[in-house]
Design a protein around this ligand. Sequence first.
Ligand code: GLC
Length: 452
Amino acid sequence: MNQTIRKYLSNLENLFSFSPADAQGAAARFHEEMKRGLNGQTSSLRMLPSYVGRPTGKEQGRFLALDLGGTNLRVLAVRLDGRGKAEISAVNRLAVPETVMRGPGEELFDFLAEGVAVFLEEHRLDPKEHRDLAFTFSFPVAQSAVNAGVLLNWTKGFTAPGVAGQNVVALLSDALRRKRIEAVSVTALVNDTVGTLATKSYADPSCDMGVILGTGTNACYPEKNSRPAKGLSPQPRQEMILNLEWGNFDKLDTNACDQALDRITLNPGRQRMEKMVSGMYIGELVRLILLDMTDRGILLEKKHRSVLVREHAVSSEQMSLTVPGEDFFAAIGIPDASDQDRDAAHHVCRIVSRRSARIAGAALAAVVTWMDANLEKKHTIAIDGALFEKYPGYPENVRCVLEELFARRAERIALCTTSDGSGIGAAIIAAVASSRQEQEHKPARQRTRKNR
Ligand code: GLC
């Protein structure tokens, strides 16, 4: 590798460094923002109530789940056996076209309802039979009940007008009625983080955090009611899962690349941490850096600009192709790169993905210490998302921050890959909601006896 590239990369390494001291500082600012969010003050961490606590493992029944969180829509049928086991008996997956993500809101909800109609038909499910549906809607929603909530703003490239400020359960229910699906009721509205926590804690009570590290990034945890908090459960001493919306955390130092990326996104100024961490954006950071190097004449050739100027030309999956034997540049449409180019791209991807994992590690540490300042207990963290699961070395980089911050006590934190929070977990939340409703509708005397 020539001297100029080496110098560029060493400068980049500095720009993207996230030291143990940075991690500690970030965790402290994270706590301040959590506190402000809980007290109802302006904060980049929204601390949104979910109106449910963790499951007991005894929840049972059959549910439909509808999962909208990114570029795919999934419809699932889920069965919970009441002994901590869950299974998906059928699933349909559809790509959400960009025209639907960005077109009128009503059309987006018609697309969702059509997905349910096709699912019922294909799996020969009687459309007249009553079914509870859990709606996994992985965007910032201010819930007012377990089955009602208003979209605060879109994230992850969605912009469909006419939805922000509306109750998304009502929009979905209206769309289902427009499709003449009368027997399906939307009984739970679930963020994917909450579904992930529910999936793991259904069988493992030590699980107290759900995290997504995929297209977007976010986390949730069960908050004890001892803290003053707006909108928390009316029952004293009961926990409620809070959705942090940590992708919006904005107390991290950004560099010129982060700022350039923010300017070209659909939501400038928002989701600042998500734009440094998640799969949807780290490929963009790499693309902008490679483009800058090409413009400076130190990488590739000028003719390759046309590939690198295209938004989302580099994905986080492709970033992981920079290990020896894989051809990253061929995958993004540049088959004639030199070995030196490949070597340089490998370093760029390593630098960007490492910072992503380290920031995620610091945020995770902040939430764990919020619940248990001295790490006295064991904490199992359920994590879903391709970045964590598939990016080589990512979990190790997350762990490394935990070890820097907590030394031996980091052993008390278990990071567990958990899939299907948006399907199984959503069904579990629907079951929690329905058993709670039954409980609330029981005559008061019976309830008191049972609670003794
Ligand atoms: C975005 C959404 C958030 C979701 C996360 C992961 O940050 O705003 O609700 O949990 O992506 O999908």
